[in-house]
Ligand binder design. Structure first.
Ligand code: SAM
Length: 281
């Protein structure tokens, strides 16, 4: 960006990593270097990230409680020709993070808004869910209070789409209990600490996940993907049933299913593979 500033400036929406610092795009790094100002949810947190990449662009704080007020300041500076990058603590701004207010208002005022693609916990988890049908419903955080949360969940019971939730670790057990109570014992994926050292993808019924959460090892960040109702409420029991279930409900190859089931059930991989060969078509 040269000194003859275009008028007005552009608001860039810039995703940052959700754990692994390698998950930032070359374009994001360039934009963060070139803009006049970076609006960040937590400036101290973001300064560490920017230092890591040798970026010295000035920071201004932009957090949920000050969205409207700080938004006005950003809009004024955009109108004066400053280019501004909006970032959050992790992932994509505006996705269960501040951003929507200033973005909406910038577009309403005809100020250029440029969203960059990048890290997002919801799409990262969904990509690992292995659900073949198109579409999913991103819910993000439900209300923290049990009765409001259950009311909201009740509106989702008949959704034909997989549901993608964010939840804080200290609320996970109560949250899973509510999912089970309202949605029934559906199949679900627990995606913990995505992109980080202790990343964990664990698929089970909701009752299985609830049991797991009761073991008390709920540290870190979670995405929970719940399969639509009415398909897998009857849990397959035998290896043959499991093979057929994965054949019909996942994108996994015959080899991958054999490997997974052998590991999950502690069986010989070649034995499971032979059974799968007979059942696969
Ligand atoms: N804007 C972010 C995004 O694009 O994903 C989401 C921010 S929201 C405040 C934080 C929540 O996202 C966490 O409580 C957790 O549910 C989910 N999350 C963020 N990073 C994650 C990770 N590395 N693994 C699993 N979930 C994560």
């Amino acid at each position: 960006m040269n000194d003859a500033r275009p008028h007005p400036g552009t608001l860039y929406i810039v995703p940052t990593p959700i754990g692994n610092l390698e998950d930032i795009t070359l374009r994001a790094l360039r934009v963060l270097k070139e803009v006049h100002l970076i609006a960040a949810e937590d400036t101290r947190h973001s300064r560490n990230l920017l230092n890591h990449f040798g970026i010295a662009t000035p920071l201004i704080s932009y957090y949920r409680e000050k969205e409207a007020e700080r938004g006005e300041e950003l809009l004024a500076r955009l109108a004066e020709g400053e280019n501004i990058a909006l970032i959050s603590d992790a992932g994509t701004p505006g996705i269960s993070d501040p951003g929507a207010v200033v973005v909406r208002e910038a577009r309403r005022r005809g100020l250029p808004v440029v969203p960059l693609p990048g890290a997002c916990a919801a799409t990262t988890a969904m990509s690992a869910a292995g659900i073949a049908d198109d579409g999913f419903l991103f819910i993000g955080f439900l209300p923290a209070k049990g009765n409001r949360r259950r009311q909201k969940l009740a509106t989702l019971v008949n959704s034909p789409f997989p549901l993608v939730f964010y939840e804080a670790p200290h609320r996970l057990e109560d949250f899973l209990a509510d999912l089970l109570a309202v949605l029934g014992d559906r199949h679900a994926l627990w995606a913990r600490e995505l992109t980080k050292t202790f990343e964990e993808l664990h698929e089970d019924s909701l009752s299985g996940l609830l049991d797991k959460s009761r073991l008390g090892k709920n540290r870190g960040e979670f995405v929970i993907v719940v399969h639509p109702g009415g398909e897998e409420e009857v849990k397959p029991e035998t290896v043959e049933e499991l093979i057929v279930w994965y054949r019909d409900n996942s994108e996994l190859s015959l080899k991958d299913v054999s490997r997974k089931l052998a590991a999950d059930l502690g069986l010989s991989r070649s034995q499971v593979y032979q059974k799968a060969l007979q059942l696969w078509r």
